[in-house]
Design a protein around this ligand. Structure first.
Ligand code: ZN
Length: 99
């Protein structure tokens, strides 16, 4: 249950950062660990793939220094979802935190 809730927060972080800039797996893991989320590659990569399949992220593979890396950016559908979630986060915050 806790993992389910955390995973929702992780997805929101991913959408938020993919809106600001291109993101990739390792960079996201570092960013998320700064926020206290220890996300393993076994969780993160399937989550990114799921967001991509859902049409919320686009993925582009590029080779840098002989290493292939997948870069993700938010899509229009992802921006809509993020905006919808922002108002829900605000609403939740008002009740649960500020209450
Ligand atoms: Zn973040």
């Amino acid at each position: 249950m806790i993992r389910d809730l955390e995973l929702a927060f992780v997805k929101l972080h991913i959408l938020y950062h993919a809106d600001k800039e291109e993101v990739f797996g390792v960079g996201l893991m570092e960013e998320l660990s700064r926020h206290g989320y220890e996300v393993s590659p076994g969780t993160l990569y399937p989550t990114l793939a799921k967001l991509e399949r859902g049409g919320f992220l686009t993925c582009e593979a590029r080779t840098i220094d002989h290493k292939q890396r997948k870069y993700y950016r938010i899509t229009k559908a992802g921006i809509s979802l993020l905006n919808e979630m922002k108002s829900k986060i605000e609403e939740l915050y008002r009740e649960v935190v500020s209450g």
